[in-house]
Write a protein that binds this ligand. Structure first.
Ligand code: SPV
Ligand code: MN
Length: 612
């Protein structure tokens, strides 16, 4: 480290920071260490480095770059992401862990000398807006300029904020090395490891580049934050935050949790609304009101099927100059192309498999698409024309409603309002979803995913749910909770809803916050009335919404719901769940059984609940 970089570190007056950096240097043995402050000059240096070392390449459009992850490094590696534990934990869910000493020994052996001949970057960020009671501090050490650059887009720089720590060790830290590279991508994939130490608030990640694995601040910091939130009585959630624009300029803030690739970003981006965040929210009670901040300042979004019709706001940002990193898309003549962009796609170019041509097959004979299903874009929220004015507000935004959603083709109705907060927690905790491309492994398998957080929960499930249940204590305003499903299909396998229908669900829920619509009570919660949806479909989408459609979408598939309750009972039977939760599962099951007997039908039209 040269004198200037050392001085930058020393100016922080924090021995803990110095110690972490010194230990990282001793272990990884970089050729050079560069400390990055919040200055434009330093941040530019990182941008330049990513281009110079080949991790990113310039595209034709100004400030657009392309980065490729390795062919086998295209999603989160769940198998090799583990908690380092010094004692056994009864998680209540399947969680990967490794005995701490053993895990540390292993990952230190992979990190040892991993930066030989490379440059180590040291960066400081804030998780959440600066100068805010919500926010946490994070130190990232990495040999990947792509990682450091991505974090610059996705998080708020906080070198200056670190000074305010006054020497305290109250920060998360992340040590990442992409390991050995060939053609700019990590090659020792068999030695890819991501080890999380909840006791020391630190994460080690090695031999990978895909952002869900490499960027400490994204899903790795999120796990540390969930633990901290549970200890301190707030919530760290896999949630978007958005302003829903109701009648007469009324803005009502919603958060929403969806598993990867289940419509979270596209909900937050529904035209006519404003976005605060699309992935991770911190929620705290302040003066009797739940308020939320986006811990990020950018989006690392799935690009598959982003096009001018379905995602106009994002599409616009992707075709205009401004800082964007594309990853794992097709590049032809310095322009990016991806599946579902609704534009002609060239028949050759460079993609995540190297030289690509239409019809190219992988080693198993399967055709390689032009872009990976989990290919992504990274951009700052302020590149979007629907950014909410409160996006950086240190006090966050007041949360009036919470959405939960999964990917369910045959059981749950498009939207339902919970009967109570506890019932809403139950609805969130029983979200199911078919697996998607955002993680490695089989796709299309139905999995339950409590609060869309299964991959990230870092405390026992019962503790996590209890933290939700008790969150309304001392609240003046209790947010409403909704469970949504955008993926319901008919018998022929056709989706019952258009992509934009979620706009109607959102605005119905917004109106419900102010009791502007009546609802119909069913065993699974309250559902919209046909007339209200009809009005909203015309007003919001210019669409005629027929009674037939309503009946198809909102009929209660009681037999299917009971199958789901059965699956849930199995999951939770050996789990130490809070009584309030167990009660919700029991009573919802009873209500479903009763209604099935009452009507003698497996599928019950919503109109039948009207005369209850
Ligand atoms: C997700 O998969 O939920 C993401 C992308 O937001 S990742 O960084 O891989 O977690
Ligand atoms: Mn996510």
């Amino acid at each position: 480290m040269d004198r200037i970089d050392l001085q930058k570190l020393e100016k922080l007056n924090n021995q803990h920071v110095i110690k972490v950096v010194e230990e990282a240097i001793k272990l990884c043995k970089p050729a050079k260490v560069t400390v990055i402050t919040d200055s434009e000059e330093d941040i530019n240096y990182v941008r330049g480095l990513a281009l110079n070392n080949g991790e990113e390449k310039k595209l034709k459009m100004e400030s657009h770059t392309i980065h490729f992850d390795g062919y086998y490094d295209q999603g989160r590696d769940k198998t090799n992401t583990k908690y380092l534990l010094s004692k056994d934990v009864d998680w209540g869910i399947k969680v990967n862990s490794i005995e701490k000493d053993k895990g540390l020994k292993e990952i230190y052996s992979y990190l040892d000398g991993s930066m030989a001949g490379k440059e180590m970057l040291v960066r400081f960020f804030s998780l959440g807006p600066t100068n805010s009671v919500f926010s946490l501090k994070a130190l990232q050490i990495t040999d990947s300029a792509y990682v450091a650059h991505s974090e610059d887009i996705l998080y708020r720089p906080a070198y200056e904020e670190f000074k305010k720590l006054n020497g305290s060790p109250d920060f998360f830290f992340f040590l990442h090395s992409a390991g050995r590279l060939e053609n700019g991508v990590s090659i020792d994939i068999d030695k890819r490891r991501i080890y999380i130490d909840l006791e020391e608030n630190r994460v080690y990640s090695v031999n990978n580049q895909y952002a869900g694995n490499s960027l400490g601040l994204k899903k790795l910091a999120f796990r540390l934050a969930i633990k901290k939130a549970n200890e301190e009585g707030w919530l760290a959630e896999h949630m978007f935050i958005m302003g829903v624009h109701g009648p007469k300029d009324r803005i009502t803030y919603f958060t929403g949790a969806y598993p990867s690739a289940c419509g979270k970003t596209s909900t937050a981006m529904i035209p006519g609304q404003t976005v605060v965040g699309d992935d991770i929210a911190y929620l705290k009670k302040i003066d009797g009101v739940i308020r939320a901040v986006n811990m990020e300042s950018g989006i690392f979004g799935i690009i598959h099927s982003v096009n001018s019709e379905d995602d106009p706001v994002i599409y616009q940002a992707l075709i205009t100059p401004g800082e964007v990193i594309f990853s794992n898309v097709l590049i032809n003549n310095e322009a990016p192309y991806w599946e579902g962009m609704k534009k002609d796609i060239p028949d050759k170019g460079i993609n995540f498999s190297g030289e690509w041509f239409e019809g190219k097959k992988d080693s198993q004979g399967k055709e390689i698409p032009c872009s990976h299903k989990n290919a992504r874009y990274t951009l700052r929220l302020n590149e979007l024309n629907n950014i909410d004015s409160k996006v950086n507000d240190p006090d966050g935004v007041p949360v009036k409603a919470i959405f939960y959603g999964g990917r369910d083709s045959d059981t749950t109705i498009p939207i339902v309002e919970s009967l109570t907060w506890a019932h809403g927690v139950f609805l969130g905790a029983t979200v199911e979803s078919e697996t998607t491309a955002a993680t490695l492994g089989a796709r299309g398998v139905r999995k339950y995913n409590p609060m869309a957080n299964l991959d990230f929960i870092s405390v026992p499930l019962g503790t996590y749910i209890q933290n939700h249940l008790k969150f309304t204590k001392d609240l003046k305003v209790i947010p409403k909770i909704y469970a949504t499903n955008y993926f319901l299909k008919d018998d022929t396998g056709k989706y019952l809803n258009g992509k934009m229908d979620k706009r109607v669900w959102l605005l119905w829920a917004e109106g419900r916050v102010y009791s502007e619509y009546e609802a119909i009570e069913t065993p699974v919660g309250r559902i919209p009335k046909y007339e209200d949806l009809k009005t909203l479909f015309v007003r919001e989408l210019g669409k005629d919404y027929t009674e037939v459609e309503y009946i198809q979408q909102f009929s209660l598939r009681v037999a299917k719901y009971l199958e789901k309750m059965e699956r849930m009972s199995k999951i939770f039977e050996n789990n130490k769940m809070p009584d309030a939760f167990t009660k919700e599962l029991r009573t919802q099951t009873e209500r479903l059984r009763d209604i099935r007997i009452k009507f003698g039908e497996d599928t019950i039209s919503p109109f039948k609940f009207l005369d209850k």
